[in-house]
Write a protein that binds this ligand. Structure first.
Ligand code: C2E
Ligand code: MG
Ligand code: MG
Length: 751
């Protein structure tokens, strides 16, 4: 999965997680809110129902009292003949049969009489001596209305009482006012602590201005000095005005307040008499009984669940994010250097190319990195890679990126397309790496080489890189037309190699191997030439490296071994003594499991002595696994083959290899004969002399390659070298020409 997709997925997950969390939060909050709202509604309804119940009881009692007073007043209306004494007597009689605290009769002239159950009758009790509230009620009755006074403290009993007053008519004229005072039993209940709402709420009675007329002793708000609901915590300052207005217009009213950290509700129910109100107060927690704690538990449980699930979601999401980050890191970054890897690099290139900006791809490699690894150890090698990575990283500019591919190969995408500035930047990298700590410590010069493809691709950069792999004079190569041709040629040979093998286009050429002692023929080396359908002849240098990299070389080598066998057979059949033939063997071939058996099958098929065949291997094989290689050589010896080491001295030849490898022949690379190598100094001569002597002592015969002059031959002879190969004697020639020239066979008839 690429980074973009992963990021998209993560964003989607984030949104989902957030939505789920919000949904959970809303759902939980909604449920808790709904439950609390229901509880509040229920409590309010309950308070209203109960307050109205009390109200109806109070009104009923007031109504009953009025009815009784009206009956008495009617009775008085028809007794105009009664004397004052009779009236007093009548009052006494009547009062004795009802529950009124006192009864009184007042006349329009302000005179009156009073009868109290406890203190008896006062026949002369003027209206002026009664409580002002009573006077007000009596005056209303004398004007023809039924009246109820405000509450007042009885001068006689000290109880809180109120007064009824009804007119007494005689001959349709108001003759007086009949009064009765009473204390409502229901108020007693309230005062005595009786409660509403299952014992949790309290009812008070208020006057029209909010003053307590009757206040429950067990009020939630405990301040006994409080005289009005506007004094205490009931009503917030900014609500007082609206509550007063509501009370003036006799409206019912719900509200809430907090007291001792608890939410409380109150309800004001108008009584419809004198502006009185019933004031019902309740704690929300108490009102609901077991429901409130249950709700709290449910709410808390939901909150915990929500927190937990949110935490889990968040944690899961975090883990996923971290894991995917780690995965992305593993997928996109090289664990050794921390640089991006090839996968990421190609993705970035895919993103970059559509922008159609100029760019160059650079391939960077460390020279002889394998050797550095072997010489200084893998740890040092790893450190060097990290160092190179840092140097490259520091060179990157905005919009540029790079990766480490395999081993010591780095690819860069830079925005430069000018050869001069590219070369400058790369030289800078090469120079800085050259100063690596490793080189300073070990006095070993680390060098890089780079291949550049301007507006090209990685393959082209790599080809440019490979073109200077073996040339030490240049560190930077650009992919150009020549390389392009080479690449095209490579593609062409790769597409033709199979058919070429079938069509016999690979030809056996032979180069004589001469004894240095007497210049006599000692053998020949088989060298392949590719003659295509057009007759063009290609040298191994053109195609062998390609075949080595694509694996075809192993097949070609066996084909050449067969050609050698066929040649030997032809000589044997012709009755001439064959000369030993050498044949080059690639590294790949040596690793094939059926290599030995295939060789055996060939010599058996052509019935040629294996001793006539020398297998030339490259010294690089020894570096891989000496033990395995010796085992293979032993098997080959058992079959009778001879083994030669080719191009000794061209790479990192080690004398150790000579000691340890059980070879029969050593071929000294033609590089030894270069003028600069032997002409001036004696160092090279000393080395060569020692190699030859060492080989002699180990019974390994020596062949020098590339002998072009008589001088070369004499020099090598003087060193004790056994054989020579080179243009001095002959270039590689076709097998037919060799037959004629060296085997003294007649020239084959022309077709
Ligand atoms: P090599 O096995 O070291 O072969 C010797 C090379 O040196 C040959 O090049 C030969 O032509 C060249 N040579 C010989 N005498 C002189 C001389 O006096 N001066 C100079 N300058 N060169 C001389 P050639 O034929 O082009 O082959 C090149 C390489 O290709 C061979 O090097 C060998 O490694 C490889 N090769 C050739 N044929 C085969 C083959 O059938 N199989 C494999 N695997 N490799 C082959
Ligand atoms: Mg060779
Ligand atoms: Mg050679």
């Amino acid at each position: 999965m690429d980074e973009k997709k992963t990021r998209k997925l993560l964003t989607r997950l984030t949104v989902i997680v957030a939505l789920i969390s919000i949904a959970l939060f809303l759902f939980t909050g909604g449920i808790v809110y709904y439950l609390f709202a229901s509880l509040r509604t229920y409590t309010r309804e309950q308070m209203q129902v109960e307050a109205r119940e009390y109200k109806s009881r109070i009104l009923k009692q007031i109504d009953n009292d009025f009815q009784l007073l009206h009956s008495l007043s009617t009775f008085l209306s028809f007794s105009d003949s009664l004397s004052r004494q009779d009236l007093v007597e009548g009052l006494y009689q009547t009062n004795a049969t009802n529950n009124f605290v006192s009864m009184a009769l007042f006349f329009p002239d302000g005179s009156g009489m009073i009868e109290t159950l406890e203190y008896g009758t006062s026949p002369d009790y003027p209206l002026a001596s009664s409580h002002p509230y009573v006077q007000e009620a009596v005056n209303r009755a004398l004007s023809g209305q039924d009246a109820v006074s405000l509450m007042f403290e009885s001068q006689i009993s000290g109880d809180l009482v109120y007064n009824y007053a009804v007119p007494v008519l005689q001959n349709d004229q108001i003759a007086g006012a009949l009064c009765a005072s009473d204390h409502l039993e229901i108020f007693e209940e309230i005062l005595g602590g009786n409660t509403v709402l299952n014992g949790n709420g309290y009812i008070h009675m208020l006057s029209d201005n909010g003053k307590f007329l009757v206040r429950s002793k067990h009020s939630i708000v405990s301040d006994p000095d409080m005289t009005s609901i506007f004094d205490g915590p009931y009503i917030a300052e900014d609500q007082k005005q609206s509550v007063r207005a509501a009370m003036q217009s006799q409206q019912g009213l719900f509200s809430t307040f907090r007291y001792e950290d608890k939410e409380c509700l109150f309800y004001l129910e108008p009584m419809g008499i004198n502006g009185w109100y019933l004031f019902c107060v309740n704690r929300l927690a108490d009102a609901s009984g077991a429901l409130y704690p249950l709700l709290l538990v449910v709410g808390a449980a939901f909150a915990i669940m929500l927190t937990l699930s949110s935490f889990l979601l968040f944690y899961g999401y975090k883990t996923l994010r971290r894991n995917s980050k780690q995965l992305l890191h593993v997928a996109y970054f090289d664990s050794l250097t921390g640089a991006e890897n090839m996968l990421r690099f190609t993705q970035r290139i895919d993103e970059f190319l559509p922008r159609r900006l100029p760019y160059s791809i650079v391939a960077v490699n460390i020279r002889r990195f394998k050797f550095i690894n072997e010489l200084f150890g893998q740890e040092q090698g790893d450190q060097l890679l990290c160092y190179v990575m840092q140097i490259i990283k520091a060179q990157m500019r905005e919009g540029e990126f790079f990766c480490r591919d395999a081993a010591d190969l780095f690819y860069l995408l830079i925005r430069d397309i000018q050869e001069v500035s590219i070369r400058q930047r790369l030289d800078d990298i090469v120079h800085k790496v050259g100063q690596a700590a490793l080189s300073r410590q070990n006095h070993y010069e680390i060098s890089l080489y780079c291949g550049v493809a301007i507006n090209g691709n990685m393959m082209q950069a790599l080809l440019a890189l490979q073109s200077i792999k073996h040339t030490y004079h240049s560190d930077v190569a650009f992919y150009d037309e020549k390389l392009h041709q080479k690449e095209r040629f490579k593609n062409r040979i790769e597409s033709h190699m199979q058919s070429a093998l079938q069509n016999g286009e690979f030809r056996l050429f032979l180069q004589p191997k001469m004894r240095l002692s007497d210049d006599g023929l000692a053998g020949a080396e088989a060298l392949v030439r590719w003659q295509d359908a057009s007759g063009t002849l290609f040298s191994p240098g053109d195609f062998i490296p390609v075949f080595e990299s694509n694996g075809f070389c192993a097949r070609l080598d066996m084909y050449m071994v067969e050609a050698v066998c066929r040649q030997l057979r032809a000589w044997l059949d012709a009755g001439i003594t064959p000369v030993p033939l050498s044949v080059n063997q690639s590294k790949l071939l040596f690793y094939e499991s059926d290599y030995i058996s295939n060789l055996q099958a060939l010599v058996e098929r052509y019935r040629v002595p294996a001793g006539l065949i020398t297998l030339e291997i490259l010294e690089g094989l020894a570096a891989d696994n000496m033990v395995d290689l010796n085992a293979k050589i032993r098997q080959l010896h058992e079959l009778g083959f001879r083994v030669s080491m080719d191009d000794f001295g061209s790479g990192y030849s080690s004398l150790n290899t000579l000691y340890q490898l059980n070879i029969d022949e050593l071929k000294l690379d033609q590089g030894f004969l270069l003028k600069s190598a032997y002409g001036a100094g004696t160092r090279r001569r000393v080395i060569l002399e020692h190699i030859v002597q060492l080989a002699q002592r180990l019974s390994i015969s020596t062949v020098v390659e590339g002998v072009e002059t008589r001088e070369n031959a004499d020099w090598m002879r003087s060193l004790g070298c056994d054989y020579a190969q080179g243009y001095l004697y002959s270039k590689p020639i076709s097998a037919a020409a060799f037959d004629v020239q060296y085997m003294h066979l007649p020239c084959p008839a022309l077709p």
